[in-house]
Design a protein around this ligand. Structure first.
Ligand code: AHR
Length: 806
């Protein structure tokens, strides 16, 4: 095959420093912490589950009463004489008849408590009794059918809360095990903080992390870890002592028995057992810089803002966090860290204030945080944010605030289709070097197929190429327990005993392993022109609808600017309403079709009125079918937005967004103008959207290059999203003709676009490695169809090594 183009790398002129570009983002959603990375095997260990966490929860969730061989007992949860005032509930076994034992059994997470033959588990609990008789307790690891895999005996010998511990070694492997506590004693037995950890955790730490999941994260070799959220940090009440408070880091320190349980906004319970100290330790263990995110005193979901005259404690909390991480042991918070076992500072370099906030409330408060942090810790880099979407008014507001305050970074978030990533691959080419840097703190292409991973890889070359404006980037979300899914896709999937990385994981891993320290310029020559799919105007069905509630549309008019025709689409009012069934199933969409249109330039206008509470208005356009359309949604989730989104093959991505609240029984004049791929929308004459639904332009190749300081290795990443291999010349400009190089190649290729990793085939998609030995500064290489190729050119080899081994 003849050469189809050449990539020339300027190996001598170093470009922007790549810094800490690629990292990870950990948020406790999808049971990523409890029931996930946090290795605790008991679910609801301190009987604190509550309907505030999830409507189905109660204090005995995941526990079952045990009555064996004629035994009888009553089990209830009380809080009169708690272990401490942050951990109120405990279980009471009211023993009526001992029989062969009465007590409690814990179901663990997923199918149960996973036990492995030969492995040891650390059991602990707090207990007390009420009578003067000691209460013997048998602790067993059991199978569902009652087989006993391990047993330990404890005697509860005090009427004061006392901690009891035991070690259990399993005689068999069973991933649906149960932890059973039974007694043949009498009276009352009180139980609290019933815990079981595998002895083997990541780095064998107590209160540690699941080894398999943590190892997969460590193997990424991320430069940083953003934590603990996400919406988790700001979705909550303003009082740190409330059960549903925002994420307040001070609640997460110290003895786990004294950490309060909290509602996790992803509709479950968080024990906070994986707390800030553990996060910092984990970052240190895996060599990732910690990037904590603190709430900025504003909850955009519930529209709560801390009054400005009460903001100081929130600011102090951020300052204390910095001191906790970096202060020496003579400072109050440094001393606390030292007491927890870490006298050396954690070396905090970044802090995020807020996550995806919208509205003036947050940005007004951000300025106070920023000033106070910079005044006390000028070297700490502060991350502001630009809301949940890639563009629009709130996005602009975030950037404005960052410029005005001198933020070091702006956290951008977007979850978009692969096509959007390809179409916007040059997004950062036009960002300015003297602006705050971009922290792409959450992004993904909404799928775990090989195609998604490739689109992400192509996009990531754009991040690398623009390392002068993009400083940090991390895929999201990171982890998902397959039985507790809040959000898809995710980078790593697990159940209670298995874990696998997706194709997206392997792309991230390749970029992290081969990030390099300085960008190098790459010149592409000779390739065919980028492939532009035919840029058709946005044509298709026009429709109006709702997503809950009742909406009335009237005076619907369509202007065809090409023909000049003006058409009244209906004489009557159109009422779109949901049904009881829709409501029961959580707001199905209802639509009324209007007219199919196929022209370059048209305007749709109407009056819309919400008649009964619901989510608001939906204007569908360019509708080909239910999976391919454009949508203008006004109101929506939390009745807070006007959003234009484009849906391709069922994957929706937001093109632009601004804040908008719909009021009941108010008539709104909506006007939508479509010209080619450009879209403008107005509400009551005010422009609320001005955007373009770009058609992807497929580049012959996506590429970036960097150099690694310590080794002098030159790294080239090349992504080919097309269905044909491309014979590519690679020229290392600045390299001696006689020099011998070894090229280590890691490659993802040979998969079909729909392929995915799974529990059954966890390594269906993994990089393959190859080594070439070459002499000189130029060579040719077939870049396979649908592939990511990472080449690491190692220089100055001994001449005797010369052999071409492709
Ligand atoms: O990553 C999942 C969620 O997406 C995050 O909590 C939030 O920041 C974003 O909306």
């Amino acid at each position: 095959m003849s050469l189809q183009g050449t990539l020339t790398i300027n190996t001598k002129d170093r470009g922007a420093a790549m810094g800490d570009l690629f990292g990870i983002f950990f948020e406790d959603l999808n049971h990523a912490a409890d029931g996930g990375l946090y290795a605790e095997l008991v679910q609801n260990r301190s009987f604190e589950f509550d309907p505030i966490d999830h409507p189905d929860y109660h204090a005995l969730t995941a526990w079952e009463k045990v009555e064996r061989g004629g035994g009888e007992c009553e089990v209830r949860v009380q809080s009169e004489l708690p272990l401490n005032n942050r951990n109120n509930n405990y279980a009471v076994i009211d023993i009526r008849a001992a029989g062969d034992g009465v007590g409690l059994m814990n179901q663990g997470f997923n199918t149960g408590i996973p036990v492995r033959e030969g492995d040891t588990y650390f059991f602990s609990m707090y207990a007390r009794r009420n009578s003067s008789f000691d209460v013997p307790v048998i602790i067993t690891l059991e199978g569902l059918e009652g087989s006993i895999y391990s047993e330990a005996n404890i005697v509860v010998a005090s009427d004061q809360w006392t901690k009891y511990e035991a070690r259990l070694t399993a005689s068999a492997t069973d991933y649906s095990g149960r932890l059973v506590l039974t007694t043949k004693g009498s009276g009352f037995l009180y139980l609290e903080m019933v815990s079981l950890f595998p002895a083997r955790t990541f780095r064998n730490r107590l209160n540690g992390l699941r080894e398999d999941i943590a190892t997969l994260l460590a193997e990424l070799r991320p430069k940083f870890m953003r934590f603990p959220g996400g919406c988790l940090i700001h979705d909550g009440s303003l009082n740190a002592d409330d059960r549903d408070s925002m994420y307040r880091w001070k609640n997460t320190l110290g003895d786990v028995a004294e950490r309060p349980a909290r509602r996790n906004n992803w509709r479950y319970n968080q024990t906070l057992g994986l707390g800030y100290y553990e996060y910092f330790l984990f970052c240190e263990d895996i060599g990732a810089k910690p990037i904590p995110v603190v709430p900025g005193g504003s909850d955009p979901h519930h529209k709560r803002n801390v009054p400005l005259n009460e903001l100081q404690p929130w600011i102090d909390e951020a300052l204390d966090l910095i001191e906790f991480a970096n202060g020496d042991a003579s400072t109050p918070w440094g001393a606390i860290r030292a007491k927890l076992g870490h006298p050396e500072p954690f070396g905090l370099a970044y802090i995020g204030v807020g996550n995806e906030e919208v509205g003036e409330g947050f940005f007004e408060r951000y300025a106070y945080f920023h000033r106070a942090i910079k005044a006390k810790h000028p070297a700490i880099k502060i991350i502001n944010n630009s809301g949940p979407f890639a563009s629009g008014e709130e996005y602009e507001r975030g950037w404005r605030s960052a410029r005005e305050n001198g933020s070091d970074f702006v956290d951008e978030h977007y979850y978009q289709s692969p096509e959007w990533l390809l179409a916007n691959h040059r997004r950062y080419d036009s960002y300015k070097a003297d602006d705050p840097k971009v922290f792409l703190g959450e992004y993904a292409s909404l799928g775990n197929t090989y195609y998604n991973a490739l689109a992400e890889a192509a996009y990531m070359t754009g991040l690398e190429r623009n390392a002068h404006v993009v400083g940090l980037a991390c895929y999201a979300p990171l982890l998902c327990n397959v039985d507790y899914v809040n959000w898809k896709p995710d980078m790593i999937w697990f159940n209670n005993h298995e874990v696998f990385g997706t194709a997206n994981y392997y792309v991230q891993k390749l970029f992290m392993h081969h990030q390099g320290d300085y960008a190098l310029q790459v010149q592409a020559e000779g390739f065919e022109q980028p492939v532009q799919s035919e840029s058709k105007p946005i044509a298709g069905m026009l429709a109006v609808g709702t997503e809950g509630g009742t909406v009335e549309y009237s005076q619907i008019k369509l202007i065809n600017h090409v023909t000049g025709e003006i058409k009244e689409l209906t004489d009557e009012k159109i009422l779109v309403t949901d049904t009881e069934e829709d409501r029961a199933n959580g707001h199905a969409r209802r639509i009324a079709e209007l007219e199919a249109i196929d022209c370059e330039h048209y305007t749709l206008s109407m009056t819309a009125r919400r008649k009964a509470w619901g989510r608001g208005f939906m204007i569908h356009f360019g509708k080909v079918d239910d999976r391919n359309e454009l949508l203008w949604r006004i109101g929506g989730w939390h009745n807070n937005d006007s959003i234009i989104s484009s849906q391709i093959n069922g994957t929706s991505c937001v093109l632009t967004h601004c804040l908008f609240d719909v009021e009941d029984d108010v008539g709104y004049h909506l006007l939508l103008e479509v010209c080619g791929r450009k879209i403008r929308a107005y509400i009551n004459g005010v422009l609320v959207a001005d955007t373009e639904d770009l058609i992807p332009v497929i580049e012959p190749l996506y590429y970036s290059s960097s150099i690694e300081e310590a080794t002098g290795d030159i790294i080239l990443k090349v992504v080919n999203v097309q269905d044909a291999q491309i014979r590519t010349g690679i020229v290392l400009e600045g390299q001696g003709e006689k020099e011998t190089v070894m090229i280590e190649i890691s490659k993802l290729s040979g998969y079909s676009l729909e392929d995915e990793n799974s529990f059954e085939q966890p390594e269906r998609i993994v990089p393959a490695n190859q080594t070439l030995h070459l002499q000189g500064s130029a060579f040719e290489y077939e870049i396979p169809r649908h592939s990511l190729t990472v080449m690491r050119v190692k220089r100055s080899l001994n001449d005797t090594d010369v052999k071409v081994t492709e």
